[in-house]
Design a protein. Sequence first.
Length: 201
Amino acid sequence: MSDESPPESDHLVGVGDDATKRPVRHRSRTAWVLEWVVIVVVALAASLLIRTYCFQTFYIPSASMEPTLQIGDRLIVDKLSVEFGTINRGDIVVFKAPPSENCGAKVTDLIKRVIGLPGDHLTSKGNTIYVNGKPLKENWPHTEPLGPPIGNVTVAPNRYFMMGDNHSDSCDSRSWGTVPRSDMIGKAFVRIWPLSRIGSL
């Protein structure tokens, strides 16, 4: 009896005696192409659903929200927070441009900050905004002077008074009135460009 061990095999052994004897089956080119077509279609459908119902990116074209948002900033907007959540004073919201918007070139969507909620009474004196008779504490970056004053506005049910943080250079609810909740698209919650300013809002 020899003490030498049989040489080690350099191939993988499958289950069963005939595993190494079965020929390797290669997928046809048609099956490979079909698989990738399905993957791409599913990915596009998922992307469309997410963009339509969950999140969407937006580009800032003007200076009306400076210093918070700069021209060229790119944001992600959370649509679910409007659809199923609560809109609060101070939220930065993207919404459909009102038909009465008269601030130059027509745009489809606008982005402003929520200043007045349904039922609020708003007015201004000098650079101070008053909400329900009390000075508004603007705990966010903004510029003065106020610019166009706020008259005596009572916000109707399911509507919102919107203003840009760049008060004197913002065409907003002072010009074209309040915005219905049905026109709200979503809350801006994170800046993704430029990389030097990436972060939550």
